[in-house]
Design a protein around this ligand. Structure first.
Ligand code: NAP
Length: 297
């Protein structure tokens, strides 16, 4: 249980509601900032404006998956009021106060470092990334069905990258009956792709491997699907780019060639916000419990 732990939850989307639900179940004392338009109330949680918060009482701060903007602004779908997290606010918190976020940027890195508060980036954790790959794959299937006139079954599908998302995508498309080729650069990845019954190829050979592609799914966050590669795709190829913004595709050239290329960020939050929220909530609550009991000795 998290009784007596004071936690401020800042903004976010439907995923954050699962975090709030889980933490109230665990009896934490919650302050919700950026929730004035949310009709639903949570026992043990009070909604406040950011200027009403007593930061000196806080043991933890939970930011949305997106963290903050480059000026500290925090997005919320439950309020129109502006929320900005500053270094001064963090400095007022208890010295052991931890900040949790999905991802970070230079602003959030700087204010947490300058205030000497620990920042945990949940989406960098393997467990969160692997669980999150499940709704990501389901969203990818949805996009491929919506944007092609062929079945996934028997399609020639090329998956680029064999990390936490790439592996889940490749295996699921294979299970749906696609002919899956996977581009990677490590020999152990080649071996695993082959062991799983798919066709591995080295990314150095990418442009020679794509000439029969129906669907290309990229998970590599660097410009890999460049003009040279796109020029080798058949004109009906669909590119779904899952890599974080700006993706790994030359979208300008794809459009020029008449190839449909879609950047598809944030699929878990779109197709399964409840599950995606539970993934964050479960890992986060475990981290808070561990930290709480460690401090209590
Ligand atoms: P990951 O486990 O780190 O995997 C990344 C893959 O890209 C690995 O196979 C890695 O190869 C490869 N790679 C990275 N840089 C490369 C380079 N310069 N050249 C060749 N290969 C390179 O990451 P992940 O968790 O699978 O996530 C992949 C991307 O999807 C990230 O950008 C993530 O933010 C994004 N994502 C998007 C969604 C969505 O809804 N669209 C959901 C979740 C994640 P090595 O192992 O050889 O380094």
């Amino acid at each position: 249980m998290l009784t007596d732990l004071h936690i401020a939850v800042f903004g976010g989307d439907a995923r954050q509601l699962e975090v709030i639900r889980k933490l109230t179940e665990l009896d934490a004392a919650l302050t919700l900032i950026g929730y004035d338009q949310l009709d639903h109330g949570f026992t043990g949680a009070s909604k406040m404006d950011i200027d009403e918060v007593d930061f000196s009482k806080l043991d933890s701060i939970i930011l949305p998956v997106s963290g903050t903007g480059l000026q500290g602004e925090i997005d919320t779908i439950f309020s129109n009021r502006k929320i900005v997290l500053t270094e001064d606010m963090l400095k007022k918190t208890k010295s052991h106060c931890q900040v949790f976020s999905g991802i970070s940027n230079s602003y959030l890195d700087t204010i947490t470092a300058n205030s000497n508060r620990k920042l945990t980036k949940l989406f960098e954790r393997d467990d969160v990334a692997i669980y999150n790959s499940i709704p990501t794959v389901e969203g990818t299937i949805m996009m491929v069905i919506q944007h092609t006139d062929i079945t996934i079954h028997q399609s020639n599908t090329v998956v680029l990258g064999f990390g936490r998302v790439g592996m889940s995508v490749a295996r699921t498309f294979q299970a749906l009956g696609a002919h899956v080729k996977v581009g990677a650069r490590k020999s152990e990845h080649m071996a695993r792709i082959s062991e799983m019954g798919m066709i591995p190829f080295h990314l150095d050979d990418l442009k020679n491997e794509v000439y029969e592609t129906d669907v290309c799914i990229n998970t590599i966050p660097t410009q890999i699907v460049n003009a040279d590669v796109i020029s080798k795709f058949p004109s009906h190829t669909l590119i779904v780019d899952l890599a974080s913004k700006p993706g790994g595709t030359d979208f300008r050239y794809a459009e020029k060639r008449g190839i449909k290329a879609l950047l598809a960020p944030g699929l878990p939050g779109i197709v399964a916000p409840k599950t995606a929220g539970k993934i964050v909530a479960n890992v986060l609550s475990q981290l808070l419990i561990n930290e709480f009991y460690k401090r209590k000795g």
